[in-house]
Structure formats: C-alpha cells, structure tokens
Write a protein of this length. Structure first.
Length: 129
C-alpha cells in the first residue's frame, strides 16, 4: 500500500519537476543574453565599433576577459547549442547590425526537431510540445 501511494506521488511530482527545470533553463538563457548584450553594447560604445563576426562558441576578436567571461560564452547553453555573435548579418531577409544567436543542437529537422521555423520563417526553439 505504501509503495502504491509513493508511486502515485512520484508520478504526480515528475511533471512539476520537469516544468520547473524548463523555467530555470529559460531564465538562465534570458539572463545570459541580457548580460552578453550589455557586454557587446558597452564594447561598441567604448571601442566605437561592434566586434567582428565570430564562429559559434568563439569569442569575438577585440573582447577581453575583463569585458566578457570567456568560459560563460564558450560553454554549451542550458538548452544546448553555443552562443554565436552575429555582426552585420542577414537572417530571413532582415539585416541585423548586431545579434546573438544560439546554434541548434538537434538534427535541424524543422518538422520534428527542437528548432523549427516559426511565423515568418523565424527560428523557434520548442521548450515544450
């Protein structure tokens, strides 16, 4: 009887735990993006120009460890993928002077992967189906 009750409680607790994990990951990514955006904006203001384009996970040239915590930039994000500094790039027909992208880590299938094409062909990361 006790095992049955514990099993039911565990069964009920798992979705809540998973939801809390997703919220924590989303909050961590949002915070990282805010911090990184501030670093890049400060650099552009002080240096007079945005840093040059860099590959995913690579620190853009010109940034120093005092400006940007390199380990935070290079690590895999809580949702997977790497941070990617995009300078003067065009995405889905719109040109951006400065942006931070998170590279996909799934198979890239826009039908059943975590990264899909959203409205207007914008990338969409599925947190929960």
């Amino acid at each position: 009887m006790a095992v049955t009750i514990l099993s039911i409680l565990f069964f009920l607790a798992v979705p809540t735990y998973q939801r809390l994990q997703r919220k924590a990951k989303s909050a961590a990514i949002a915070n990282d993006l805010r911090v990184f955006a501030t670093v890049f904006q400060t650099h552009a203001h002080e240096a007079g120009a945005w840093p040059p384009e860099a590959a995913p996970g690579d620190v853009p040239l010109g940034l120093t460890p005092e400006e940007l915590k390199f380990d935070d930039w290079k690590r895999t994000t809580p949702m997977g993928g790497k941070f990617d500094w995009e300078y003067n790039q065009t995405h889905v027909g719109v040109k951006y002077q400065a942006a931070i992208l998170i590279t996909p880590t799934d198979d890239g299938n826009p039908v059943d992967g975590n990264f899909r094409r959203g409205i207007g062909d914008f990338p969409l990361f599925i947190i929960e189906k």
